[in-house]
Design a protein around this ligand. Structure first.
Ligand code: SRM
Ligand code: SF4
Length: 567
């Protein structure tokens, strides 16, 4: 062990006290719900509702105006559903759509890049209705935020092979086994009676995890879940069309703080291979090791990657082996070919169909070009299969029968859901940012479409418009848009200003390096024009943009992010 970590755990953070004193996440949320004077939650409850899948936000476009009028900020909640693997029966979508239309300030649904959906703008008095609606359709939002294992990702399009189906089942099992056990959620939001037995959290513990924790189950060669950004990853190893075990990778994460060199992005590293029967015990052991060894004195250094750096990978691994009562075998060979979704119609192994629809920014709403919301609603009305949300903020309509294919195609066409867009746009991503995200420093979702159009024009000018470049925007260095795994990544610094990172690779296993700091959109476009021009002229045949800028030494390759990211 590199350092005696026990000595470091002296003064725990405020968040730790909140968890400790919360009576297993209850706090006084019930009292706040009765308080009609404010639309917000008070004290510890502001943080505790996150464990139940909600964030208190206010509309930042209205902040100044309301402040001037001496009004409370326009408080409303964002609610994030739990949907391991991203699969939801189409008929359930009807209720989700209805709730968004009738009970939220914005009337939209937002697909996230972790295979689920969010409602923005639910007033406090409507929150119980939201949870009851979810419960009616067999869903919940427990543990989709704060210091727990978050929504578990699984490679999309599981109907392509039986292996995908198996992986989806594993994603659900892992999600269930790591879920908070407290009955607080059911008591507060579903009015279920308090049971006399005392709560217990055998895996997460009374103070839950030191920080958020993210998990994926992956079917190579598709890395559509961006596994390297996650704390714990299970890569399926397949023999004779069946999963025989998983390669386990741990410690990924992308967020940084501008200028704080004690924070760095990190790619998940290999622990070893396990056979199937050890999956759940290894998952639990990784989580409990991070629970016990993670930093509870500084939330900026509390994620698994910092724990591994502190104690050393081999020590972490030994501890997991001890707790899981197994030994990791050497990693089995695996490789990845890409991260994007496969748009349009595909035929599945059991002869039914899937239609993957591109949803710009994952925002489900109608505008004058596309009627995504009403189109999906019409499809949900007649479709007997599922909707599958992808980790690229898109949607797959799956298990479509031959009989329904024509009807669904007609709806999709007439609502603009099947539209030819550039490969650049298809692979682009932005986080939510303004107006709802309290941490936003610059626009992301609202500027992506226009920005992509400008880059499309540049690519057209230099004859590379048919190429893919993975371009992503995040409104702040938390990096929710996974900009630090993009070939071109923008990270917000201030309104209208961004850091420009370049040099990630296509499969998402290289972190890009800063190229220019704190520049305007106009300046970014000037730099991109220069870079895209020389790439179009000097690239090797089929050389990707990210690989080119690294080979040409335009930016230094990041090999070890801990050292190379800031230097
Ligand atoms: Fe995120 C916080 C939105 C994926 C790193 N993220 C937030 C909050 C909740 C702001 C807040 O704390 O008040 C944002 C809400 C905005 C809004 O109005 O909806 C927010 N994050 C999102 C989503 C919706 C972005 C999207 O456009 O899809 C994604 C929801 C995923 C989900 O369904 O669970 C989302 N966030 C990510 C990712 C990407 C990923 O997980 O693949 C990351 C980077 C990977 C990582 O974790 O390192 C990410 N979000 C963060 C962080 C930095 C965490 C850290 O380790 O320091 C924060 C801030 C925090 O936790 O303190 C954050
Ligand atoms: Fe908000 Fe920052 Fe995440 Fe964007 S990256 S959603 S601005 S926290």
């Amino acid at each position: 062990m590199k350092k005696d970590h026990k000595k470091i755990f002296l003064k725990t953070t405020q968040e730790e006290h909140i968890k400790e004193n919360s009576n297993y996440l209850r706090g006084t949320i019930v009292d706040d719900l009765k308080n009609e004077i404010t639309n917000g939650f008070s004290g510890d409850n502001f943080s505790l509702i996150r464990f139940h899948g909600m964030y208190q936000q206010d509309d930042r476009d209205l902040r100044l105006e309301r402040n001037e009028q001496k009004l409370e900020p326009r408080y409303a909640m964002m609610l994030r559903c739990r949907l391991p693997g991203g699969i939801i029966e189409a008929k359930k979508w009807l209720k989700i759509d209805h709730f968004a239309s009738k009970n939220t300030l914005y009337g939209t649904i937002r697909l996230t890049n972790r295979q689920t959906f969010q409602f923005h703008g639910i007033l406090k008095k409507k929150l119980k209705d939201a949870h009851k609606m979810l419960h009616e359709i067999g869903l919940d939002s427990l543990g989709t935020a704060n210091d727990v294992n978050r929504n578990v990702l699984c490679t999309s399009n599981p109907m392509e092979s039986l292996v995908h189906q198996e992986c989806y089942t594993w994603a659900q099992k892992i999600s269930n086994v790591l879920l908070p056990q407290t009955k607080a959620y059911a008591e507060i939001w579903l009015d279920q009676k308090k049971i006399a037995t005392t709560d217990q959290e055998p895996i997460l513990g009374k103070t839950y995890l030191p920080r958020k924790f993210k998990t994926t189950v992956v079917v190579p060669p598709y890395n559509d879940v961006d596994l390297y950004a996650n704390d714990m990853n299970f890569i399926a190893i397949i023999k004779n069309n069946k999963i025989v075990g998983f390669n386990v990778l741990i410690g990924g994460g992308l967020s940084i703080t501008h200028g704080n060199k004690n924070t760095w992005p990190f790619l998940a590293v290999e622990l070893g291979y396990i056979t199937l029967e050890h999956t759940l015990s290894v998952a639990k052991s990784i989580v409990t090791t991070q629970r016990d060894w993670g930093n509870r004195t500084d939330r900026k250094n509390a994620k698994t990657r910092y724990t591994i750096e502190k104690v050393g990978l081999s020590v972490f691994k030994k501890e997991v082996e001890k707790r899981a009562n197994t030994t990791f075998e050497p990693i089995r060979p695996y490789y990845f070919t890409g991260r994007g979704d496969r748009f349009g119609w595909t035929k599945n192994i059991n002869n039914d169909w899937s239609l993957t629809i591109f949803v710009q920014n994952g925002r489900i709403y109608d505008n004058d070009k596309q009627l995504v919301k009403s189109g999906l609603l019409k499809i949900a009305n007649l479709h007997k299969g599922n909707f599958r949300l992808t980790a690229n903020q898109n949607i797959v309509i799956s298990e479509i029968s031959d009989e329904n294919k024509k009807k669904i195609n007609e709806i999709a066409m007439s609502h603009g859901l099947i539209k030819k867009v550039s490969p650049l746009r298809e692979n682009s991503m932005a986080c939510v940012s303004f107006p709802t995200c309290p941490l936003a420093m610059a626009e992301a979702e609202r500027m992506l479409s226009f920005f992509i159009t400008q880059v499309e024009n540049i690519m057209l000018k230099y004859g590379v418009e048919k190429e893919i470049i993975i371009l992503r925007i995040s409104g702040c260095p938390n990096g929710c848009g996974r900009s630090l795994l993009a070939e071109i990544g923008l990270i917000g610094k201030a309104i209208g200003r961004y850091n420009l990172y370049i040099g990630g690779n296509r499969i998402g296993s290289r972190i890009p390096k800063i190229y220019k700091e704190n520049i305007t959109e106009k300046e970014i476009l000037t730099h991109l024009e220069f870079l895209i021009k020389i790439w179009s002229i000097k690239r090797k045949k089929t050389e990707h943009f990210g690989d080119f800028v690294v080979r040409k030494n335009i930016v230094k390759e990041i090999v070890n992010p801990i050292h190379d990211f800031w230097n």
